[in-house]
Design a protein around this ligand. Sequence first.
Ligand SMILES: [Zn+2]
Length: 492
Amino acid sequence: MKKIYLSLVFILLSVTAALTTAGPQWLRLKGAETEKFRYMIEVPVTNPYQMANYVGWLHQNEFDVAGFNWKKKQIEVITTNDGIKKLEAAKFRGKIISRRGPGGNNEALDPRYLNPQKVEEKLKALNARFPNQTRLEQIGTSFQGRPVWALLISSTPNPQTAEFYQKPSLIFDGMHHAREVMTSEVVMDVADSLLNPQIRRDPRWKILLDNWNIWLVPMLNVDGNNIVWTQDKWWRKNAHGENGGTYGVDLNRNYSFKWNACNGSSGATGSETYRGAQAASEPESSALMNLALKVIPTASLSYHSYSELVLYPYGCKGVFTGENALLSKIGVELAQILPSDSGDGHYTPGTPWQLLYSVDGDSSTFMFGEFGALAYTFEVNQEFQPPYDLRDPTLVKHRKAWAYFLNRMNQNLLTVKVIDGKTGQPAQAQLTIANIILGQGEKPYRTNFGGYYFKVLDPGKYTFGVMLKDGRKAQFEVEMKGAPVQQVITVN
Ligand SMILES: [Zn+2]
């Protein structure tokens, strides 16, 4: 995969060549099909350069690129009659693998997959069963008025107490995109796994569960997923509409950090990557942003489908974060834990622009840019709605990956407690780390409301600056050696 982005020049040259290569014809549109039909199309590719070119072209031309499968050497696109004509005109070749007519959900989803109602029922049942280990919060209300839920798993699950803020927070989310049904399953499985009494008795797990606040948002796009179950199994966006119509906003292009920054989203309401009228315009993305602003996450794991990727910031072409060494290292480690569904190789790690195309206003970019959180997006499986038989193997492999991630972070965690020297009380403060360059407008690091700051750092020496709200400052050095470090800094 690395070769995909070896040479931009070569890519540009080969676009022209690839698009003019003659190949097999389309399966022709049937006469009876109406303008309202939509199609899933396989576009074959012969090499990674061509795949990168095609994906780039399709994205630039506002096609709904469902995913790609390098092992099967194909890109999958969802489009309309007009889209097919446009592809033909551009000399693409390919074949229609599935078509959907207007109205009915003609290929029903496996009813065992979670829907918004089942997720709500499960969360309420878990909260009732484990009142001392969980807290259930409605973090928002969707465009159509459905609740958006978050479940906190913690040995101190009360954000009104000082104990709560003595721990770092990790946020899991699923179902930004309505049709990605496996993603809610993965996030709910985190709850089922961590609340399992056997797991809780395991001393290795007990350490992690005692040390972390784990937030789960398994079903962010409640309205969109409802559309998938009732009207359109290929629906991606939320249910934003006006004057009786629904066009939808792509929630994962609506976040406030780098919103509309680099042609990684669309301003057209009809586009599958419509970013919304303004940053944070949507109640569902705002719900996750507000949760994060409350807990100041140390890490974020976001689940999408599909294509078997481990993505990390940034989404904008050519832009890396100042922590790319750590992000890419852990990205490689996570990808190695995740074998592909076909059993042939593993997930592929990289930034979105390296592996797909530029993306802006996405949740991982927000979590990194706003909080410096270690933020990963997983693209699970090789299709949006795989046979339900694939659910258990998917949960098992992702359980290994997130468990590894939690352990990995815990082993390299710096905890800073900031004390106001005048009062002797914990204080809120901004922090800087001299070794880490924030060159993309990132927010300064900051403590949570309890005066604690948490950061996962590679082994090495780090120089910190701390500043209280009234401008008093202090500096300190920390050496990380692959074990947790706790530092108390009093600012006089
Ligand atoms: Zn997605």
